[in-house]
Ligand binder design. Structure first.
Ligand code: PEP
Length: 259
């Protein structure tokens, strides 16, 4: 059984004080979610990380960053290193989010370089992949995902891959209110797992956790996570309020029990 992982991607939202308040409000709402049941992660902007790490200490809420640079240090204005994130108390990292790919020139090669640096430094990584609307309508979804997987995970071995979390996020569903139907999302997750099996072996592919992301809400989280190959969610908008995020987490866990 793969453990459910629900992560909130706060994007460029929440100052340090707002982030602390959100985590303080979330803690009692998810206090009964045991570690055997689900992993809960919040991923604030860099300047909010330390406040959120402090607020989450001793609770079942883990903290992740939204990026990590491949170099140890140096002339990389606007970037953040593994050592900086480690000292801030971060455990998880999101890499290759479609907004990074779309607006900031992220490529499969840079995702791969970031991923290798993050793994070397011992972070748990959520690697995002997903097709645009044009690619889906042009029947190119599988080709695009295969390219992102092959490039993003280049040079990794099966044991390393088995410990990864992938986030399948159809770009047309992010922040748009349009969700892939559970059946559509499941079919794509199944393709991702079969592609991983072909490249890294069945055993590794069965262990990789694949989150769905794209307008996941309390209302659809249960149905999505009830699908056999959907192991959790990466959530934007619905993670910005404690009550909606807590309800989403509980509904996702209830959905996972129907598998
Ligand atoms: C995301 O940014 O990863 C995301 C899925 O956003 P939203 O839930 O708002 O669609």
């Amino acid at each position: 059984m793969r453990k459910v992982i629900i992560a909130g991607n706060w994007k460029m939202n929440k100052t340090a004080s707002e982030g602390r308040a959100l985590v303080e409000a979330l803690k009692p709402l998810v206090a009964e979610v045991g570690p055997e049941c689900a992993e809960i992660v919040v991923c604030p902007p860099f300047t909010t990380l330390s406040a959120v790490v402090e607020a989450a200490r001793g609770s079942n809420i883990k903290v992740g960053a939204q990026n990590l640079h491949w170099a140890e240090s140096g002339a990389f204005t606007g970037e953040i290193s593994a050592a900086m994130l480690r000292e801030a108390g971060v455990e998880y990292v999101i890499l290759g989010h479609s907004e990074r790919r779309q607006y900031f020139g992220e490529t499969d090669a840079t995702v791969n370089a970031r991923l290798k640096a993050a793994l070397k430094a011992g972070f748990k990584v959520m690697v995002c992949i997903g097709e645009t609307l044009e690619e889906r309508e042009g029947n190119r979804t599988e080709e695009v995902l295969a390219r992102q997987l092959d490039g993003g995970l280049a040079d990794l071995d099966a044991v390393t891959v088995s410990g990864l979390v992938l986030a399948y996020e159809p770009v047309w569903a992010i922040g748009t209110g349009k969700t892939a139907t559970p059946e559509m999302a499941e079919a794509t997750h199944r393709f991702i797992r079969s592609h991983l099996a072909a490249r890294f072996g069945k055993e590794a592919a069965e262990q990789v956790r694949i989150q769905y992301g794209g307008s996941m809400k309390p209302e659809n989280a249960g149905e999505l996570v009830a699908q056999p190959d959907i192991d959790g969610g990466l959530i934007g908008g619905a993670a910005l309020k404690a009550d909606s995020f807590a309800t989403l987490i509980k509904n996702a866990i209830a959905g996972s029990r129907k598998k």
